[in-house]
Design a protein around this ligand. Structure first.
Ligand code: SF4
Length: 226
């Protein structure tokens, strides 16, 4: 499996926000989201090939039992299950961060962190936009992931107009637990995050959905590997 980067930080988002965690960023993502902050991991060859043993050895130095497989898009990585199994033996808590493009059964995973992509993520470039929009929202795959795994649904909100789209998406997904839905502001800088968080906080009060922080933006302006 090709790994783009490995780093130790705090989980920035979702219900485990603030938890010291090892991040394993896998190479390769077909979506090309407009506001993606990890474009350097888009190519499936953007990294170094690891074996599960090499990865286990390299991550053993960090004082946490939380490990996050992120991307890129981890479900697009070949051999994902065998890498995850290497950490089950060590009783690690495994999170997979995914856009929910495909359903994969029987993965060793404690938290499937699904971020369904709304139209605010569509690339400007028409060719990329076509590829993106053909794949970005697979309700069937997301529903099956929600049934098979402990999950959270994280929506990136760029403007309040996105709320209608979120409501439509939740309607199409089967049996969503509203307590597992989190909204987070689309922001790539600390200033943008603070400004949008104030607006989103009001939205969360109205809708009853929780707001997710984005500690990686607030603390480190989204700087790579922090
Ligand atoms: S799915 Fe994630 S990694 Fe892939 S382009 Fe979108 S934001 Fe970036």
């Amino acid at each position: 499996m090709v790994i783009n980067e490995i780093f130790y930080s705090l989980q920035g988002e979702g219900r485990l926000a603030g938890t010291p965690s090892i991040f394993v960023r896998l190479a390769g993502c077909p979506l090309r989201c407009r506001w993606c902050d990890t474009q350097y991991a888009w190519s499936p060859t953007a990294g170094i090939a690891y074996t599960p043993e090499q990865l286990r050895h390299e991550t053993a130095q960090y004082p946490t039992r939380y490990i996050v497989f992120t991307g890129g898009e981890p479900t697009a990585a070949e051999g994902l299950a065998s890498f995850l199994r290497a950490f089950v033996l060590k009783r690690m808590h495994i999170t997979i961060e995914t856009a929910g493009l495909v359903f994969i059964p029987d993965l060793p995973c404690d938290l499937m962190s699904i971020s369904p992509k709304l139209s605010n993520s569509t690339p400007i470039d028409p060719r990329n936009a076509k590829i993106h929009d053909a794949q970005r929202l697979n309700h069937e795959a997301i529903s099956r992931l929600m049934e098979a795994y402990e999950y959270q649904l994280k929506f990136v909100v760029d403007a309040t107009a996105d709320l209608d789209e979120i409501a439509q998406c939740l309607e199409q997904l089967k049996r969503v637990d509203p307590e597992k839905v989190l909204l987070m502001p689309q922001a790539r800088t600390k200033e943008e995050l603070i400004a949008k968080s104030q607006v989103l906080a009001q939205v969360c009060k109205q809708t009853g959905f929780a707001m997710s922080p984005r500690w990686q933006v607030l603390l480190w302006d989204g700087q790579r590997g922090t």
